[in-house]
Design a binder for this molecule. Structure first.
Ligand code: CA
Length: 253
């Protein structure tokens, strides 16, 4: 890590959030757990480690709030997918970074569908781990703490109401529980109704990455967002990507 990068992390943490970030690592391989904890602590963060799914889930619920959960998918006892699903079903929106084995494509897709925000495939570099974690925190924290002046604080699109500072959304007055990435996707679409976004554009704007093989991740998150806000709001534009259509207030599904 360069000196400048280390300094900026420390400074922004001190300026915006005097308390250290709290991270829960749920990983059963001792070497991997040690490596991840060591490097997260340098971000800096307070890190707690659990070695199986059930204990991890208990820690997630009883010792929070957490700023991040690093979740291995192959765990003894309760698997990572079940941990993720259980947390999301309970309305917990903590950023979740999955760790998956190379070649376990189905695990990744399922994990993202169940509510994980991002994934890393083992083996990964320490730099990549730090970059993904920072990107998640930047997304979940920056907009609430440093809203840029040219962005509206809130949007109303038909029956859909979106508050950027609180990072919350309501459909017909009922709150929709959105993860970090789902919220960013929705905001990106709702900012410019009618505009078609390619998957590459969405990766740039929402994921802040051009990571190889991420296109299917976009589809997965959009399907999840559709299942929460109604399938009729985000349309597939064949050969292009996706487009948000402003909901009509009187429309019923
Ligand atoms: Ca494992």
């Amino acid at each position: 890590m360069s000196h400048a990068a280390a300094e900026s992390v420390v400074m922004s943490t001190a300026a915006q959030n005097p308390a250290k970030r709290r991270v829960l690592v749920i990983e059963d391989e001792p070497d991997m757990a040690r490596l991840v904890c060591l490097h997260l602590a340098e971000l800096p963060a307070d890190v707690r480690s659990e070695a199986d799914g059930l204990t991890g889930l208990r820690a997630a619920r009883e010792h929070g709030p957490w700023d991040l959960i690093v979740l291995d998918l192959r765990l003894p006892g309760m698997g990572g997918l079940d941990v993720c699903r259980t947390l999301r079903q309970a309305g917990d929106r903590v950023p979740i970074l999955m760790l998956t084995a190379r070649g376990s494509e189905l695990d990744r897709v399922l994990g993202l569908e169940l509510g994980a925000d991002d994934y890393l495939t083992k083996p990964f570099s320490v730099l990549e781990l730090a970059a993904r974690v920072r990107a998640l925190w930047r997304r979940s924290g920056e907009q609430t703490q440093n809203p840029s002046t040219d962005e509206p604080a809130a949007l109303q699109r038909g029956a859909l109401q979106i508050d950027r500072r609180q990072r919350r959304a309501w459909l017909h007055g009922t709150e929709v529980a959105l993860t970090v990435i789902e919220f960013d996707l929705l905001w990106c679409f709702a900012r410019e109704p009618g505009r078609a976004f390619s998957r590459g554009e969405l990766l740039d704007r929402v994921w802040d990455t051009r990571h190889e093989g991420y296109e299917h991740t976009v589809n997965t998150h959009i399907n999840r967002l559709r299942s929460k806000i109604g399938a009729g709001l985000i349309h597939t534009v064949w050969g292009r990507g996706y487009r948000f259509e402003e909901p009509r207030a009187e429309a019923s599904s």
